[in-house]
Design a protein around this ligand. Structure first.
Ligand code: NAP
Length: 493
């Protein structure tokens, strides 16, 4: 039962004042100290796993094994971002030393990233650990040198409370300033609004729906001093089936995609919601077998009643559109708040002329688009909105024959996958989790991988400062031994 009280306007002001005074000291904590704090949070989460998992199971209906692996991933995120924080590559240090014997002498110029200030984090309902209270946004903001204020997701408020107490315990152990991390509750949108509009808020990290992310982005840009909102939102993750590969593997692809569509009851931002192929016997085989697989999947409880209600409403709306045909639904009828695994199909023309078919149906649902030929597939790719991922099921020959299609697909996504599934997002430096709008509000950044730290920092250039007054990161002797670009050469000297 939800028992938390919404934070008031006064509570929000109090929290932000404390976060600001924490920022005044935390901003100059060394990258080693910040990393130690993050490792301490990871340790606390690990040692509280037996309390965290059952609470999250009760609140989200996700399985024990799914939550256990999500918690392991969250701990890994914190530890690996802590290592990256200390390694210091994210600071993007550039040093151009003075040239005094030039006709117009060059001053001494040294640039690095510095923290933005207090960051508000909104987590999503489908990742109670990895994209929530102690998740990637919190880890990145702390690494950058920013205090964090988390607005707990009401769908897993108790899990959030438990994770917050791990962070606060780690803060105490590491002697962090009061206000370095705060956890506030709010069922009403007013709480989020107050947090985003508060003058001491300097950035926002959001994971969730397009409507939520866009609403918060609009609020932030309408402020007297607009602030960045890094919103990671919904995506339909198109999968393009190219002819040669499809003819080789239609049956295998159907099995693989049925599993991907149903992974975690379809409640992944990388769920393959759209599959595009060229009409003919191979696509028919694929559709028939995908349908057969889907019929075998039993409905399961969704994260919460609101998500289940939206799934049923969005699915019904999509299926009611002109020229959309239901291919298959689960043989078992769903119970209350359960999913209803579904595959539908439509022509490319129907898809291109109807914006409703471009919208995410969050849950186990996928629409197969039948194109006349590759030219029509290219037109579909051109009409596609920004996506987190796009996938090509293709042979090398398929790719070489269709390079301009590949370019169009690449223009509209952050990660382009070859012969795989979009579900499963590796946490590493080369990962890009973010794509053109509406997938995210700023496609230049990622929310997964240590490059995500850069979202909460900005460059500042020191001109003509004596060595003893410079931050350690920029000093001549490189006391932190970090990689820096000095006079255009990457070096640790
Ligand atoms: P959500 O309903 O947008 O909720 C996210 C958070 O934002 C909640 O704390 C919510 O508070 C708050 N919020 C939403 N609308 C708001 C508004 N207008 N004003 C102030 N606060 C607002 O999203 P969700 O249901 O948790 O998550 C499902 C969605 O997340 C799916 O669309 C999925 O694709 C997407 N997702 C994206 C990624 C990614 O990386 N791109 C990852 C995971 C999930 P309330 O609950 O109080 O409304």
């Amino acid at each position: 039962m939800y028992t938390f009280k919404d934070a008031t306007k006064e509570d929000v002001d109090n929290v932000m004042q404390k976060a600001w005074s924490a920022f005044e000291s935390y901003r100059s904590f060394s990258i080693k100290q910040r990393a130690a704090f993050m490792h301490a949070i990871a340790n606390e989460l690990t040692s509280h796993a037996s309390a965290l998992i059952p609470i999250a199971m009760a609140e989200t209906h996700l399985s024990e094994s799914r939550l256990q692996s999500e918690l392991t991933r969250t701990v890994f995120q914190l530890n690996s971002y802590a290592d990256a924080c200390e390694q210091g590559n994210w600071l993007d240090v550039r040093i151009d030393k003075v040239i005094s014997d030039r006709q117009r002498p060059r001053p001494d110029l040294r640039k690095m990233l510095i923290p933005l200030g207090p960051v508000i984090v909104f987590g999503s309902s489908n990742f109670p650990f990895a994209y929530s209270t102690a998740g990637g946004d919190t880890a990145c903001a702390l690494a950058a040198g920013c205090p964090v204020i988390v607005k707990a997701h009401p769908a897993h408020a108790q899990t959030s409370e438990e994770a917050a107490s791990c962070i606060l315990k780690a803060a105490k152990i590491c002697r962090m300033p009061e206000g370095i991390f705060t956890h506030v509750h709010g069922v009403s949108f007013e709480v989020g609004k107050e947090l985003v509009l508060h003058p001491l808020t300097k950035a926002v990290g959001f994971t969730g729906s397009l409507s939520g992310g866009k609403a918060l982005f609009d609020l932030a840009t309408q402020r007297k001093d607009p602030i960045p909102v890094f919103a990671e939102m919904g995506s339909i993750n198109p999968v393009y089936l190219l002819p040669e590969k499809l003819s080789e593997s239609a049956l295998d692809q159907a099995k693989t995609y049925a599993a991907s569509i149903n992974l975690s009851v379809g409640q992944f931002c990388t769920n393959p919601g759209l599959i595009i192929g060229i009409d003919g016997p191979d696509l028919q085989t694929f559709i028939k077998n995908l349908g057969e697989e889907i019929k075998k999947v039993s409905p399961s409880p969704m994260l919460h009643a609101g998500i289940a209600k939206s799934f049923i409403a969005n699915r019904s709306k999509a299926l009611a559109q002109n020229d959309v045909h239901t291919v298959a639904v689960s043989d078992t009828r769903p119970g209350e708040n359960e999913s209803y695994p579904t595959i539908a199909s439509a022509t490319a023309q129907a898809f291109m002329n109807n914006p409703v078919l471009h919208q995410e149906v969050f849950g186990p649902y996928s629409l197969v688009i039948k194109c006349r030929d590759v030219a029509e597939m290219k037109s579909v790719a051109e009409k596609m909105e920004g996506q987190l991922t796009s996938t090509l099921i293709a042979t090398e020959n398929d790719i070489q024959q269709n390079l301009s299609l590949v370019d169009k697909i690449k223009d509209r996504c952050g990660r382009i996958i070859l012969n795989g599934v979009p579900t499963g997002v590796e946490v590493c430096l080369s990962m890009q989790h973010g794509g053109p709008y509406p997938a995210t509000t700023d496609s230049r950044f990622t929310s997964v991988g240590a490059d995500g730290i850069k979202r909460f920092a900005r460059p500042v250039c020191y001109q003509n400062w004596p060595d003893n007054l410079l931050p350690d990161e920029l000093k001549d002797g490189n006391p932190l031994k970090i990689w820096r670009t000095v006079n255009n050469q990457l070096t640790r000297d």
